[in-house]
Design a protein around this ligand. Structure first.
Ligand code: R7I
Ligand code: MG
Ligand code: MG
Ligand code: MG
Length: 348
């Protein structure tokens, strides 16, 4: 059904935007019980129709996600040099969007070298090892949507778009895992229940294949770090919710700016929200529960909420997202427009 798909496209890009905009004020905050109550009130307020407050700004997560969508729309045959140019153009227009500390060197080098080899600057990061920050994963939603009909092309595009800034296999595979999770959510009928004990093994199998294919000198001794990490996600979901569990999740899955410490966590947030047993997050709305929960874990809140939101939105569709909440976010209309343009391209 093309209308359901259209709603899911909007849901995924809006989910990404809302997680970023609503999560960014809490970046790096400690996760005390008091902070969780503050976050609960903040979300209660965001649902009220007569909210006049300032528009919530997006950060680098959305700036780069928009560039990927815009590039796919302008160059349907996919042109990574064009994509790289949009990343760089946006960065120099608005450098204060909270970009990662090291990725900005890639932008400068790309500009200086006139994009002669768009992958060289990223390869030179971290003494030639490449970055494994979560910057590839945070912006991946448009790739999952645009290539939803061709899984292999999707995985390839997830890698190639990420490698413009992140070439370390941990950075690349984190983006692929996030893309696979969005894709799986997108293809699931929102009326059909997602069961974590099916979802996890399925994405585990898929990311394991990608990790095996690309096996090279990985950063860790472990050859299949994401495969193992998703197994950990499933383990935590098998445990009933209690507040101390959050601390274990933060320690074992992570909440940092690194892909390895945040992508599996975002997937966990989505699947935990579906279980509807989180005592510290009081709402009947699954979308809200997903991003609010992600934020209560602290750390890289904009990005983890953005990634969790993109998965939840891809599953539930636009209808699941509170309009008053969406209206608080910078560029939400533009994001809907981008989702519709991507949708028009894929149904053509
Ligand atoms: O990954 P990246 O684009 O940053 C995205 C994050 C998101 O949370 C955004 O919301 C924004 O806040 O930033 O940017 P990078 O600069 O490539 O990576 C981010 C950070 O990860 C780096 O500044 C490093 O601290 C760390 N990092 C590494 N540290 C050691 N060795 C990434 N790769 C390495 C590495 O190889
Ligand atoms: Mg950010
Ligand atoms: Mg190896
Ligand atoms: Mg972040």
């Amino acid at each position: 059904d093309t209308n359901v798909l259209k709603s899911k496209f909007r849901g995924s890009l809006l989910g990404s935007l809302l997680g970023d905009c609503l999560g960014s004020p809490f970046e790096g905050e400690p996760i005390t019980a008091g902070e969780k109550i503050v976050i609960q009130r903040y979300f209660d307020k965001l649902e009220s129709p007569d909210l006049k407050g300032p528009v919530r700004s997006y950060t680098d997560d959305t700036a780069m996600m928009k560039s990927i969508a815009q590039s796919l729309i302008a160059k349907p045959e996919i042109d990574y040099k064009h994509m790289a140019k949009l990343f760089v153009k946006d960065y120099f227009l608005e450098p204060h969007r909270g970009y990662g500390p090291n990725v900005v060197d890639v932008f400068s080098k790309l500009r200086k070298s006139k994009f002669d080899d768009i992958y060289r600057p990223a390869r030179e990061q971290f003494n030639g090892k490449g970055s494994f920050g979560n910057g590839g994963a945070m912006r991946i939603a448009p790739i999952a949507l645009y290539f939803y009909n061709d899984y292999n092309l999707m995985v390839e595009a997830a890698k190639k778009s990420t490698e413009i800034t992140h070439t370390n296999s941990l950075g690349v595979h984190g983006a692929v895992l996030q893309c696979i999770a969005i894709h799986k959510a997108l293809l699931t009928d929102p009326k059909e229940e997602i069961k974590f004990d099916q979802f996890c093994p399925e994405i585990t199998k898929k990311i394991k294949l990608v990790e095996q294919e690309d096996d090279d000198g990985l950063e860790l001794d472990d050859d299949h770090p994401y495969e193992d990490k998703v197994k950990f996600v499933q383990h935590f979901l098998q445990t009933n919710y209690h507040e101390e569990l959050d601390e274990e999740v933060c320690q074992n899955l992570g909440t940092s700016i690194l892909a390895y410490d945040s992508v599996p966590t975002a997937i966990y947030c989505f699947l935990r929200a579906l279980k509807n047993d989180i005592e510290t997050v009081k709402t009947d709305n699954i979308f809200r529960r997903t991003i609010q929960y992600a934020i209560t874990l602290g750390g890289d809140t904009d990005t983890i909420a953005c990634m969790a939101g993109a998965i939840a939105g891809a599953y539930l569709g636009e209808e699941a997202i509170n309009v008053n909440m969406a209206k608080q976010c910078e560029s939400y209309k533009e994001i809907i427009e981008l989702a519709d343009q991507l949708h028009a391209l894929v149904v053509k």
